[in-house]
Ligand binder design. Sequence first.
Ligand code: FES
Length: 86
Amino acid sequence: MYVCICHALNDKKVKTALSHGATTPASVFRHYECQVQCGKCVPMMRAMANDHLATPAAACVACPSQQPPHAANSDAAVPAYGIAAE
Ligand code: FES
């Protein structure tokens, strides 16, 4: 199922980003080195991120429990355009 039509991000790609440390729609976009366009996908992506965060870490075999998030998912340098998707 496509979550983001603008960037052809399906649910599998979003879950992959979440498993690599993305916690917000903006960090999912950063994981794929793109930016939010129309924003219609943000509520669904946010719900997926919240569901992922609510899942116990042990249930997510791909989540590195002790490792820092992927550099692309760091919130250190969030550009202004990404604020709405945070
Ligand atoms: S559907 Fe994701 S930015 Fe447009």
